[in-house]
Design a protein. Structure first.
Length: 552
């Protein structure tokens, strides 16, 4: 039996029907690399069972303390059934990218069963009409509660469930009997209440100590900001439709690019890969809001960015070691290179400010108080939509997770694509996840369905923003194409004319700043395309028969 850490408990306490606190991932696999050229459902189950011994927490369930008097515990689930957590489904006709996105969004919108181990996985077959995928591909969508993993932990989870080759060495197989497991019995009510009474005193003393420490840190931070030794956080974004109340339904989409082209832009402009991704997202959000007539007349959109706190906090009992910093997306700057340079300055300042600020640990507030108090406060906040009255806003959350630069395999099938899904919070209805894997970079978007009813159009905005930045950064390279090549997961083309939407408010330019000179020659871009546009040249229709993947 293991008690949840403060940050892990915070995610449990913040769980609400409209804002469930689980994260997810979508992998697409090519079964042709597996022995025999196909993968059976039982092969996937066997691989997961073998790998789960590396992740004992994924066999545990949550036990709440009566009355919410203390943080809950992880207890080994004596009735753990892997087939409850691994499910086999198929896409409806026509089995295209749109149907896959709809299915994943529906699965992600459903809260987890809090009485069982807090994760699920779905093997999805029937991907028959998704262009640019090998024949017979299947997908695996996984979701796990944020109390189990953060971004870095999610990468470890993904690595633990995959092999490094399609036919791993039998000597590398894990002997499950040789690995330690959590062995305990369900605690009695009296045991939980006794522990809660002892922990109540400890938690009160800890709260008093941390409050005094935070007060001192906050005072020092305010003085440092006043002396301009530390930059003030830029989180004064104007409210937009992205800040509306979050409902229970979700939409999902993603754009995919060769990692080499992002590196080319990075090298040409002297920024980081994360800055380039922020620049693309900034331009896409601006295009989307302009098209809706909702672009702010003044001010810039801002983003929250998760920050790995392992170096700041050191080793703790928490599975989550994450804080947040905030940075402007500078959507009030017209020129894409000027905007990118401003984003670079802003992210540097945000990291300096965030690492120095006690506000980076605000998630701890939701875990340090008793679950009874925190859950009641979260329900009251969500029910009354109190985020409407907060003057400090962020427009989106953008998380950047670096995946492996080599291929991974599941039951012998090579993973060809991977996309991440995050968490929406009250007043922030869109989440971006940037993920790099095996030479590709994906920009995934999860949004509230009422806030963004047309994710296909936002996908096109991502593509158009990328193309604009791509051309601006590499215009001096004689080998740079005038527009990005499209390699869609939909049939059809992306942004058809490349025209810029009409401006929806005054824009400012950064004085005295020159465009960086191009330094590197890029590869070709691989964004996806719009659903309803007619294809310029329709790919050959794949067989409508049962795919080879995930046979029963």
């Amino acid at each position: 039996m293991k008690q949840l850490g403060i940050i892990d408990a915070a995610f449990i306490n913040l769980e609400q029907t409209n804002t469930p606190q689980h994260v997810g991932g979508l992998g697409i696999y090519d079964p042709s690399t597996a022995p025999g050229g196909f993968v059976r459902f039982k092969d996937v189950i066997a691989g997961v069972v073998r790998r789960l011994d590396k992740l004992p927490l994924f066999r545990t369930r949550l036990v709440e303390v009566p009355g919410g008097l203390d943080r809950p515990y992880w207890v080994k689930d004596a009735n753990f059934d892997v087939e409850f957590h691994l499910r086999h489904i198929a896409l409806p006709e026509p089995g295209d990218w749109r149907q896959l996105c709809i299915q994943v969004a529906r699965l992600h919108s459903r809260p987890l069963d809090m009485s069982r181990p807090l994760w699920e996985a779905y093997i999805i077959e029937g991907l028959d009409n998704i262009p640019n995928l090998p024949p017979g591909c299947f997908a695996v969508y996984t979701k796990m509660h944020h109390s189990l993993v953060d971004g870095a932990g999610g990468s470890s989870f993904m690595a633990a469930l995959h092999d490094l080759s399609p036919d791993p060495d039998p000597d590398d197989e894990i002997d499950s009997d040789s690995l330690p497991r959590l062995v305990d019995t369900d605690p009695s009510m009296s045991e939980l209440l006794t522990k809660a009474s002892v922990n109540g005193v400890k938690n009160t003393l800890q709260l008093l100590r941390s409050s005094a420490s935070n007060a001192v840190e906050m005072g020092k931070y305010v003085l440092d900001v006043a002396r301009k030794e530390v930059p003030a956080p830029d989180i004064s974004a104007p409210k937009t439709i992205l800040n509306k109340a979050v409902g229970p339904h979700r939409v999902f989409d993603a754009a995919e690019f060769p990692l080499a082209t992002f590196k080319a832009i990075k090298n040409a402009t002297g920024v980081t890969l994360n800055d380039v991704a922020l620049g693309v997202i900034s331009g896409a959000l601006l295009r989307y809001l302009q098209a809706k007539g909702e672009a702010p007349a003044e001010g810039s959109l801002a983003a929250a960015m998760p920050l790995n706190m392992r170096t700041r906090r050191g080793t703790t009992a928490d599975n989550n070691q994450v804080g947040s910093v905030f940075a402007s997306l500078h959507t009030d700057i017209e020129d894409p290179l000027e905007r990118l340079a401003a984003i670079r300055e802003g992210t540097l300042e945000a990291k300096r400010s965030g690492e120095a600020s006690p506000m980076v640990d605000t998630m701890m507030l939701a875990g340090v108080f008793s679950p009874l108090v925190t859950k009641a406060a979260a329900r009251f906040w969500a029910r009354n939509q109190l985020s409407r009255f907060i003057p400090v806003n962020v427009s989106t959350c953008i998380s950047n997770v670096a995946g492996p630069d080599f291929p991974l395999y599941c039951a012998g099938a090579r993973m060809v694509d991977y996309y991440g899904l995050g968490v929406l919070t009250p007043g922030m209805g869109i989440f971006h996840l940037v993920f790099s894997y095996a030479g590709k970079l994906t920009l995934s978007v999860l949004a509230d369905r009422d806030i963004m009813p047309d994710p296909e159009f936002y996908h096109d905005c991502l593509v158009a923003s990328y193309e604009e930045l791509y051309r601006a950064a590499l215009q001096g390279d004689s080998g740079a194409p005038t527009s990005a090549d499209v390699s869609p997961k939909r049939r059809g083309a992306g942004i058809q004319d490349g025209r810029k939407p009409a401006s929806a408010g005054p824009k400012k330019a950064r004085p005295g700043r020159e465009r960086p000179k191009a330094k590197a020659r890029p590869g070709k871009a691989r964004p996806r395309a719009k659903t309803k546009s007619p294809a310029k040249s329709a790919p050959a229709k794949k067989s409508a028969g049962k795919p080879r993947a995930a046979r029963a």
